[in-house]
Design a protein around this ligand. Sequence first.
Ligand code: BTN
Length: 258
Amino acid sequence: MTVYFYPQIDSTNIRARNMAEQGAESGSVIWALEQSAGRGRLGKKWSSISGKGLYASFILRPKLDFSEYAKSSLVAAVAVARLLKKDLGVDSAMAQLALKWPNDVFIGDKKIAGILAEAIPPGSCDSAPCIIVGIGLNVFHTPTDFPAEIQSQATSLLIEIGKGFNLEILLEKLRKQLLTCFESFEDGNFPELLDEWRSMDYLFGKKTECVDVHSKVISGVALGPDKNGILLLRDSNGQHHEILSGDLRLAGKRQESR
Ligand code: BTN
């Protein structure tokens, strides 16, 4: 399993996709110190200042039916949570770790990491199907390192626990957690991984708004992900809505893109 390192790149996810299409093996990692076009979910940008964060994309080819790949974001979020809790000791009454559906990692009310999972379906290129799991973790950021519009919503390891970590060591620990979680996923343990995810659910029981790609808003109380990882919202009429994608926010809270 190879780590491909770049001091500077457009986006590790873009590079990972190219490499995956050319047959790169499962477990390959693309890691950059800086991204000029770091990408987030729903077409947002991921600010990627040199050396401040961990910016990495993992090429994974789980031996599962391709329909299962949609659950990868939740599996990856569990891996990041284990990294933060078990390897780095980030979780206490002062700074509670939480996961916001589908794949944001929060400490308290602020986002510390984001995950962009992109699937390459069977038949779209010569190589086997694949999921690219791109992870951005804020490590050495001070508040002013974040774009002004997200300063109140973003945090880093340095801000939360007063220290950063060597990025190469972090990457290795993250790789191990991710491979362990994906092996478990392959072995049929998604229900257990989902339970772990649910134990950290940031939105559960809260009034939530989902803004879809057409700017349509669905409001309701978040009931957490169902057994397939699809988020359920219960609106004021008691009707359940299945959320497959979209921008989620607590009701009444404005959310900026990065
Ligand atoms: C999000 O929160 O919207 C997802 C952010 C994902 C950012 C990471 S950084 C490494 C990888 N390369 C990218 O261009 N994006 C992901």
